[in-house]
Ligand binder design. Structure first.
Ligand SMILES: CC(C)(COP(=O)(O)OP(=O)(O)OC[C@H]1O[C@@H](n2cnc3c(N)ncnc32)[C@H](O)[C@@H]1OP(=O)(O)O)[C@@H](O)C(=O)NCCC(=O)NCCS
Length: 188
């Protein structure tokens, strides 16, 4: 039986914690920023952003893992963590590690630091054997985070995202994988 998620994870510079009402405003501002949402089909409205918080928070209870609200220097800067991905995504079912930070928080190594903490939690407490990460081919910043974490891409697993219309500029996606054994041997 998987132990319930802790109320927070701490790293040298960050707190990964459950969501609070006060996150709604900065999260909505971030989701309305076209730079942050460049590799998603659209920015989010306030209602969509609030609804996303509800879903993210629910997955901690339902799945015993989730995308954490991330704080740096006492301020909400975005999310990082784990989520289940489901068919028709071709690699699913699988647990994905993901991240989305406000632009002011880019370039500090926060996404990589937060992802490392959530991967540790996923490979130990949850007992995952493999974690994936996907993004649009052109999202080089996100791909660099995957590579920094030691994730590996197999071009044979590239795929067209099933939620995007054929021919959409973001349709082609890459998939990166990380096995628990590789993570442990890297961390030791
Ligand atoms: C993807 C995203 C999280 C990457 O953010 P990021 O800040 O570039 O990633 P990291 O936290 O790993 O930081 C690495 C950068 O910080 C720099 N850095 C500064 N101090 C650092 C430190 N102490 N440790 C590590 N890196 C540090 C690195 O040099 C690197 O910059 P570079 O890539 O220009 O060389 C961010 O661009 C984002 O939120 N994008 C929008 C949402 C999105 O696309 N999400 C992914 C969808 S799949």
């Amino acid at each position: 039986m998987t132990a319930p998620p802790p109320s927070e994870l701490r790293t040298e510079r960050l707190v990964l914690r459950r969501w609070r009402d006060e996150d709604r405003e900065p999260f909505a501002a971030m989701n309305a920023d076209p730079r942050v949402m460049e590799f998603f089909p659209s920015t989010l409205t306030r209602d969509q952003s609030d609804g996303l918080i509800e879903r993210l928070e629910r997955s901690f209870d339902d799945d015993k893992l989730g995308l954490w609200a991330v704080e740096a220097e006492g301020r909400f800067v975005g999310f990082t963590g784990l989520l289940w991905q489901h068919p028709p995504l071709p690699f699913a079912p699988a647990v994905e590690v993901g991240w989305r930070l406000a632009t002011e928080a880019w370039g500090h190594g926060y996404a990589s630091e937060a992802a490392a903490a959530s991967l540790d939690d996923g490979f130990t407490r949850v007992g995952l054997s493999d974690v994936v990460s996907m993004t649009a081919v052109a999202n080089l910043r996100s791909r660099r985070v995957m590579e920094r974490l030691g994730m590996r891409q197999d071009p044979a697993e590239d795929f067209d995202h099933p939620s995007l219309a054929p021919g959409h500029p973001l349709e082609r996606h890459v998939l990166y994988r990380l096995a628990a054994d590789a993570w442990r041997s890297r961390a030791s």
